[in-house]
Design a protein around this ligand. Structure first.
Ligand code: CP
Ligand code: NVA
Length: 331
């Protein structure tokens, strides 16, 4: 298996064996790190982080992972560079490719990260676009493996905005890995048909199944993992009222967890989450809709079976594995 110089622009850039190898390698690196064993696979390398959207976890994960691997990081936000405004993505890619050893991109259009991948000549990693969030998936399936022993054959149920980047990525990654994915969402927020079609094709190889339904009970019963995300993704904040009307019946609460009928179901959320009034957006949502405006109750978010902070930590371990194998000297 040769990861060297490969891009990770969407989940299906990697096949089942490659994704599994990455998740297992991240687990291995995590264990080594907990024992204080240095991992300088990227000594002397330099990576660029181009971020058009905000980030806590992904930016920090790339920065810390690269630092632990011995690489330097340059953070370029959209006001620092002229990407697409005064300099084309192609030209920017060629310039950065001549200086750096890898590029992480977070932004709006998938086409931008694809163009960076095409023209830079160095590995490019999608740190989230409107369409996909592939690095998130590595952390999610590692977290499931850690808590349930395996992800193979498990049922992971995403509840909420089934048309967003995380839901799309989950549906496709589960189809590659052989994990059953349920998407529980109102008809108007179910995954794009092209993504459903892609997932079906991939499921024929892996043998897993998906269920896309607006019926909460049908989607939740038997779930090993309940996963949700914000109802308005970055850039959609003006749709708050409309989304509340569509999604308030899809809040993850204790009744929903009990409905799984499983004693060991875990809760995941990619974060950031709206679950109380400790944030400006949480206060705004509460003032408009009360607690039913939160995508998950504070009770579930803070429960013992909620693994959201382990999941967040795993962003760093899995991104470390990804950048080490594609850009470092591992194999
Ligand atoms: N989950 C995630 O991508 O978080 P950030 O937006 O903070 O990077
Ligand atoms: N769907 C969310 C994910 C954030 C990590 C967004 O795009 O804002």
């Amino acid at each position: 298996m040769n990861f060297q110089s490969k891009n990770f622009l969407k989940e299906y850039d990697f096949d089942k064996e490659e994704l599994e190898t990455l998740i297992d390698f991240a687990e291995h690196l995590k264990t080594k790190e907990k024992h204080g064993i240095p991992q300088r696979f990227m000594s002397g390398k330099h990576i660029a982080l181009i971020f058009e959207k905000q980030s806590t976890r992904t930016r920090s994960a790339f920065t810390v992972a690269a630092g632990k691997l011995g690489a330097s990081v340059e953070y370029l936000n959209k006001n620092d560079i002229q990407l697409g405004a005064k300099e084309s993505v192609e030209d920017t890619a060629k310039v950065l490719g001549s200086m750096f050893d890898g590029i992480a991109f977070r932004g709006f259009e998938q086409d931008t990260v694809e163009a960076l991948g095409k023209h830079s000549g160095i590995p490019v990693w999608n740190a989230l676009t409107n369409e996909w969030h592939p690095t998130q998936m590595l952390a999610d399936f590692l977290t499931i493996k850690e808590h349930l022993g395996t992800y193979h054959g498990k049922t992971v149920t995403f509840v909420g905005d089934g048309r967003n980047n995380v839901a799309h990525s989950l549906l496709v990654t589960g189809a590659i890995l052989g994990v059953n994915i349920h998407i529980v969402a109102p008809d108007s927020l179910q995954p794009e048909l092209s993504v459903q079609k892609l997932a079906k094709e991939l499921q024929e190889l892996s043998g897993s199944k998906s269920l896309i339904t607006s019926n909460v009970e049908a989607g939740i019963i038997g779930s090993d993992v309940i996963y949700t995300d914000v109802w308005c993704s970055m850039g959609e904040e003006d749709q708050l009222d409309e989304r509340y009307k569509m999604l308030n019946a899809y809040q993850v609460n204790q009744d929903m967890i009990d409905m799984t009928g499983k004693p060991d179901t875990i809760f995941l959320h990619c974060l950031p989450a709206i679950h109380n009034t400790e944030t400006d957006i949480g206060k705004l949502v509460y003032d408009k809709f009360g607690e039913s405006g939160f995508e998950v109750t504070d009770e579930v978010f803070r429960a013992g079976y909620s693994k959201v902070f382990e999941q967040a930590e795993n962003r760093m371990h899995t991104i470390k594995a990804l950048i080490a194998v594609t850009c470092g000297e591992v194999y």
